[in-house]
Design a protein around this ligand. Structure first.
Ligand SMILES: [Zn+2]
Length: 154
């Protein structure tokens, strides 16, 4: 048996999702509380974006990247579609395991400028992955040369 730190009820361990990051391999919240929390994330994408910003803050401190201390969801925006690829953004997509295509992620337009206002927006995980650390100029040159690339495949 295990007690949930959210609802404080004691339940069998089968009522808790696994969490590989924890030593006991189980979530501290029960399945009912976890599902309710994820459901709420879909209803209020702004809370999810705020969570992404909080995570980015920790990451930028570790990597020594610039970060606007008062950066908020309103500065970043909460789009319904990916501004780069046009795919719908799924604010209820699970974050763990494999990254879903439509998962909203926080992207730095110019990575080395860090998480500062005007340099951060929400794009799909797929767009973020494709973009990686590439620049607009590099992508333009790639697109321009793409037909030639096809000719190399003989
Ligand atoms: Zn619970």
């Amino acid at each position: 048996m295990r007690s949930c730190t959210k609802c404080l009820e004691t339940k069998p361990e089968s009522e808790f999702y696994t969490n590989r990051r924890r030593r006991d391999r189980l979530c501290v919240w029960c399945k009912v509380c976890t599902r309710a929390h994820v459901g709420r994330r879909a209803e209020t994408p702004r809370i999810y974006v705020t969570w992404l910003i909080q995570r980015a803050k920790t990451r930028s401190r570790r990597e020594g990247l610039p970060f606007d201390e008062d950066l908020a969801a309103d500065d970043v925006g909460v789009p319904q579609t990916c501004p780069l690829l046009g795919n719908p953004l799924d604010y209820s997509a699970p974050v763990s395991l494999h990254r879903p295509y439509n998962l909203p992620t926080l992207d730095r337009v110019v990575p080395e400028l860090g998480y500062v206002r005007g340099n951060v927006w929400i794009v799909s995980w797929r767009a973020n992955k494709l973009k990686s650390n590439g620049t607009l100029d590099e992508f333009k040159r790639m697109v321009a040369n793409w037909p030639d690339y096809g000719k190399l495949e003989v």
